[in-house]
Design a protein around this ligand. Structure first.
Ligand SMILES: NC(=O)C1=CN([C@@H]2O[C@H](COP(=O)(O)OP(=O)(O)OC[C@H]3O[C@@H](n4cnc5c(N)ncnc54)[C@H](O)[C@@H]3O)[C@@H](O)[C@H]2O)C=CC1
Ligand SMILES: N[C@@H](CC=O)C(=O)O
Ligand code: NA
Length: 431
């Protein structure tokens, strides 16, 4: 093969950087692949719009036609359609695909991996989870001989940036989200970030890979950060913690509570400042992976942003292009373990519960009784007066408890006449 034809679909935050780096590093990439990479075209919605540094002759609005002329298709359009149809078209034409599209993989991964396998071509997606951090390849290849038992990490740059700004600069939620959008971290619709959908897609992809099973995005328990208030951030600080949006996947053994399987969840949590995840700032991501033989591994780096993400995309382009030149194919989907995704009731966590209560004798005992009635053991209680009226803030930190026991406790607390409001319920992780 005297050249490898690369088609780029999308020229936004990531795509424009892929195009720039492909051209700027052409000689190095050719040496690494064993043949030159020729950028044969860039599919965009508005080919007439000038794009600095990009030859206008490369721009086309005929994405289908472009795919038919490529050996490697890079999909950085995002969303489900037309990305999904264009990837199928690429496979039909015998082209390998590199994508950064986690939502598409979390929703339609199995169908796409099967199509790639049937066409005997590659489907690579390092940039889809934790941006520039090499994480997919270690899970898919380096840890293929081990047994991963758990992952825990920060996989969304936008929400980490927003929470970090709230913690360190006292920025408001809306302002911080706008800054994340301007910096190119956020999805086209930042709701996907702040409501936890983006992290849930990534958690589904990680769990599927790590546990050799299929976990669709909708099976992931998901809570975003829109409910996290400045008061929660301040309460975390008083407890020596920071608030982080975590993605956690775990193998659960068979036991009295049910069969073996996996739990996968995304939610904000208090993380002690002494934990390495607490030091992950701005749009950076970090993921801990626990495996039986390897022990604990930590992956850290930029989780969002055009240039870092484009670096991960290009790493995949080199791998897929090498296979075109030298033959062979990378690993496909591995879902043989076929484990069920279990409900959150199988998860044990510590909780931080903040209540507004009447400030009068006997209140503490009634609150403690509500916890005891559901077998939730209390580790700490702190009370402080709020304002001038007869109300007080009560903070209860529990020992580990099942999710259902905690939700039942919270329902009972909300029904007590002495509880004016259950202000917040937050998990405590990473100890
Ligand atoms: N921005 C980031 O930090 C990261 C983004 N990603 C993923 O990379 C992908 C692209 O993200 P961004 O570049 O940030 O988004 P973006 O919104 O900046 O770029 C997408 C581009 O695709 C274009 N487009 C949409 N439909 C099209 C069509 N039918 N034909 C041609 N072009 C079309 C849009 O006009 C836009 O310019 C998404 O899947 C995203 O989730 C992954 C990791 C990090
Ligand atoms: N919007 C995403 C981009 C990378 O996947 C994020 O903020 O992490
Ligand atoms: Na990655």
């Amino acid at each position: 093969m005297d050249r490898v034809r690369v088609a780029l679909l999308g020229c936004g935050v990531v795509g424009s950087e892929v195009a720039r780096l492909l051209l700027a590093q052409a000689d190095d990439l050719a040496a690494r692949v064993g043949a030159p990479l020729e950028l044969v075209g860039i599919a965009v919605r508005r080919p007439d719009r000038p794009r600095p540094g990009i030859d206008p002759a490369l721009l086309t609005d005929d994405a289908e036609g472009l795919v038919a002329r490529a050996d490697v298709v890079v999909e950085v359009v995002g969303g489900i359609e037309p990305a999904r149809s264009l990837m199928h078209a690429a496979f039909r034409h015998g082209a390998g695909v590199v994508t950064a599209n986690k939502v598409l993989l979390a929703e339609h991964g199995p169908e796409l991996f099967e199509a790639a396998s049937a066409a005997d071509v590659d489907l690579y997606y390092e940039a889809a989870v934790a941006g520039a951090i090499p994480l997919i390849r270690p899970l898919r290849e380096s840890l293929a001989g081990d047994r991963v038992t758990r992952f825990l990490g920060i996989v969304n740059g936008t929400t980490n940036y927003v929470l970090d700004q709230m913690d360190t600069t006292g920025a408001g939620f809306g302002d911080a989200v706008e800054r994340a959008q301007a910096l190119g971290y956020a999805e086209a619709d930042p709701t996907a970030d702040v409501e936890g959908y983006d992290a849930a897609s990534k958690a589904a992809i990680l769990a599927s890979l790590a546990f050799h099973t299929r976990v669709p995005g909708e099976a992931v328990h998901r809570e975003g950060i829109t409910g996290v208030s400045a008061a929660d951030v301040a309460a975390a600080a008083r407890m020596g913690c920071v608030v982080k949006l975590l993605a956690i996947g775990s193998r659960e053994p068979e036991g009295p509570d049910g069969p073996a399987g996996v739990t996968v969840r995304v939610h904000p949590a208090f993380v002690p400042r002494s934990h390495p995840l607490a030091g992950v700032r701005g749009p950076f991501n970090a993921v801990f992976v626990e495996a039986e033989a390897a022990g604990e591994l930590m992956f850290y780096g930029p989780g969002a942003g055009g240039t870092p993400t484009a670096g991960a995309v290009l790493g995949d382009v080199v791998a897929v292009a090498r296979h075109r030149v030298h033959g062979g194919r990378g690993p496909g989907e591995s879902a043989y373990a076929d484990l069920p995704t279990l409900p959150l009731s199988r998860v044990l966590t510590r909780y931080h519960v903040r209540l507004e209560v009447a400030d009068r004798p006997g209140v503490l005992a009634r609150v403690a009784d509500a916890f005891a009635a559901h077998g939730v053991s209390i580790e700490q209680v702190r009370q402080q007066a709020v304002g001038e009226d007869e109300a007080a803030e009560l903070v209860v930190v529990t020992h580990v408890a099942p999710d259902t026991a905690l939700s039942d406790t919270v329902a009972d607390l909300a029904g007590l006449d002495v509880v004016l409001d259950v202000t917040s319920v937050m998990r405590v992780e990473g100890e």
